[in-house]
Design a protein around this ligand. Structure first.
Ligand code: ZN
Ligand code: FE
Length: 257
């Protein structure tokens, strides 16, 4: 599977999966970068995957569909103009033109109907997680609860460590600044900061990450760590009672960091 980042807006990536003839795009917030790439490479759009209803993920659907009326897979529990294949937990998305299959996960948190896609077939898997998980961070809780976020993150953490994580935003360096505050001592994270700084200095994406990498450095996947609980207690003056409270406190702190 050949996967290309198409930068959009200020810090979005539209992920494009291609072979020599066909392409699939994930969360096309803008049509222009997709149409430019398809024209330049002589590719035909075969399908579109959508993770949630926010404009920076669906804004390009109308224009893309007027160029190529392809199937659009998207969350069953959200109303999105252009989505004609609503999918939910347990569904499989099959794209014949590229011989691809994806399992659908329900991961409500950032939005109430947010879904994620995990590729099947030859490892490593590719996870398209929208705005649920970012490298070194996670999405804001606009419509969901900390408990739902904990469930979503647990689903991701249970995937094989070599799973490639295709997030939709280049937030990694700013997330890492927060990760440093939340978990001051983490040498593996410090090494990751250096690698990501070098990538950004060369104007290259820090993504995809991997599940194994995120388990080692992402405070939102590490809220069971005593060090993070100590820091949170010091920051808020309250000792988080359980993993959910800990995650809620981390997310609330990050919202104002
Ligand atoms: Zn969003
Ligand atoms: Fe977004």
């Amino acid at each position: 599977m050949h996967i290309i980042p198409l930068p959009a807006f200020r810090d979005n990536y539209i992920w494009l999966i291609r072979d020599g003839r066909h392409a699939v795009v994930v969360d096309p917030g803008d049509a222009a970068p997709v149409l430019d790439y398809l024209a330049r490479e002589g590719l035909q759009l075969a399908a579109i995957l959508v993770t949630h209803h926010h404009a920076d993920h669906v804004g390009g659907l109308g224009t893309l569909l007027s160029h190529a009326p392809v199937p659009v897979h998207g969350p069953f529990n959200e109303r999105i103009d252009g989505v004609d294949h609503p999918v939910a937990e347990g569904d499989t998305v099959r794209i014949d033109a590229l011989d691809l299959e994806f399992d659908v996960l329900d991961v409500p948190a950032h939005t109430a109907g947010h879904i994620a896609y995990v590729s099947r077939g030859t490892p490593p898997r590719a996870l398209f997680c929208g705005d649920t998980l970012f490298s070194a961070g996670c999405g804001r809780l606009f419509e969901g609860s900390a408990r739902q976020l904990a469930d979503a993150l647990a689903r991701f953490a249970a995937l094989p460590d070599d799973t490639l994580v295709y997030c939709t935003h280049e937030y990694t360096l700013s997330n890492l600044a927060f990760a440093r505050a939340a978990e001051p001592h983490n040498p593996e994270r410090d090494a990751y900061v250096e690698r990501c700084q070098a990538l950004r200095a060369a104007n290259r994406p820090t993504l995809p990450s991997t599940i194994g990498q995120e388990k080692a450095i992402n405070p939102f996947l590490r809220s069971d760590q005593a060090q993070i609980r100590d820091v949170l207690a010091g920051h808020s003056g309250v000792w988080p009672a359980d993993a959910i409270e800990c995650l809620a406190a981390l997310r609330a702190w990050k919202d104002t960091f």
